[in-house]
Design a protein around this ligand. Structure first.
Ligand SMILES: [Zn+2]
Length: 368
């Protein structure tokens, strides 16, 4: 049996020791090469100049001086990491941690790893997530698409006492069932959950529906290759259909589950449906397992890494997971260089610029 890709040497083509071996100047050169695709030429970031040549190197400032307009610039000028206070080594190590983890890394863990405050670590990862949001794929050109919606954030809390919230008789039955053995574990747990309660009402308000469309690989058995996500207030038809119509061209083949939100799809698309209460794949091979696979990773990141998603930042996390799914078969170096390239060629940060001066994301990102 073939070895899993993540266990091969091909996947582990860079490690943290390789970053440690680089000198500070070596890191600048490595980043410059990724940014300008050149070992000895740089592009002046001044919008009115943009001259691309071998500029003067100012050794003591680790900057270049433009031969044409005289502006000084560094490898991070005009990028989300312009005016960075943390060293480039810390930033690169943070990016490596971001790439090497399967479901993401928590702020506290990264802060401990890099020896910085959790606020600095949050800021660093916020910038990376902003890069992923702004460079996300937005078109699905051909092929078969799977779509679905899943609920995230605002997890319901179980009752303290078994059967709270039930009437006395029901509670007695519940407790007796608990002692004597109830019909099935799943049904029993469901019954004993506290559906109402102030705390859960508050939590319910923080629940959002993450919508996903995934374009399948042309070769069967290779999974999905492109993922587009959005966040909506519910899995209602109006949100789901407008999201799919926005990104999937007419005439595509769409596979979904039996949810009523997808019923109108057959007006524009070839719509196939799998009934999840019966089966995960029907006899024709219709399934939405790639969409479920995305939700699985997002759920693991929610429960296992971040422990909660707030509605304000849910879209960033959803996009991060979409990126993780899309480059799951890339080697570590390809992933890291891809992320670096997007970061260094994107332009300045919008949301995470001036964070220390109080600039924050104001509203949650819905239906985008
Ligand atoms: Zn210039």
């Amino acid at each position: 049996m073939a070895m899993h890709f993540l266990r091969t040497a091909e996947y582990r083509d860079i490690c943290r020791a390789d970053i440690a071996k680089l000198s500070d100047l070596g890191i600048i050169h490595a980043l410059a090469e990724v940014r300008w695709d050149s070992v000895d030429m740089q592009r002046c970031p001044d919008p009115s100049c943009e001259s691309f040549k071998s500029h003067y190197w100012r050794q003591h400032r680790n900057q270049w001086r433009c031969r044409d307009c005289g502006r000084d610039f560094s490898v991070t000028s005009g990028t989300p990491f312009a005016y960075h206070k943390k060293s480039l080594r810390d930033i690169l190590n943070g990016m490596f941690s971001f790439c090497v983890t399967a479901n993401g890394i928590s702020t506290i863990e990264l802060a401990a790893d890099l020896g910085m405050t959790d606020k600095s670590a949050w800021y660093l990862m916020g910038k990376l997530r902003e890069v992923l949001v702004r460079t996300r794929p937005v078109d699905i050109t051909d092929g078969i698409v799977q779509a679905d919606g899943g609920w995230f954030g605002g997890k319901r809390r179980d009752a303290n006492k078994h059967g709270s919230g039930l009437h006395t008789e029901q509670r007695e039955t519940a407790i007796r069932e608990k002692i004597e053995g109830a019909p099935s574990g799943r049904q029993r747990r469901k019954k004993h959950m506290m559906p109402g309660g102030k705390e859960n009402a508050r939590r319910r308000k923080r629940r959002r529906c993450v919508e996903v469309v995934r374009e399948l690989h042309r070769e069967p058995g290779k999974g999905a290759r492109r993922t587009i996500v959005s966040v909506a207030l519910s899995e209602h038809e109006k949100y789901m259909i407008s999201f799919i119509r926005k990104y999937v061209p007419d005439g595509a083949l769409i596979m979904t589950d039996e949810s009523g939100a997808f019923t109108p799809l057959s007006n524009w698309y070839e719509h196939k449906c799998v009934v999840h209460s019966r089966e995960y794949v029907n006899d024709e091979g219709t399934n939405d397992n790639q969409a479920e696979s995305y939700f699985s990773r997002l759920r693991r990141a929610e429960y296992g890494v971040h422990h909660q998603y707030t509605p304000l930042h849910l879209f960033e996390y959803a996009q991060e997971t979409a990126w993780r799914e899309d480059c799951r078969r890339q080697s570590l170096k390809t992933k890291l260089i891809g992320l670096l390239k997007s970061t260094l060629t994107l332009g300045k940060a919008n949301v995470y610029r001036g964070y220390w001066q109080g600039n924050r994301l104001k509203d949650e990102v819905l239906n985008c």
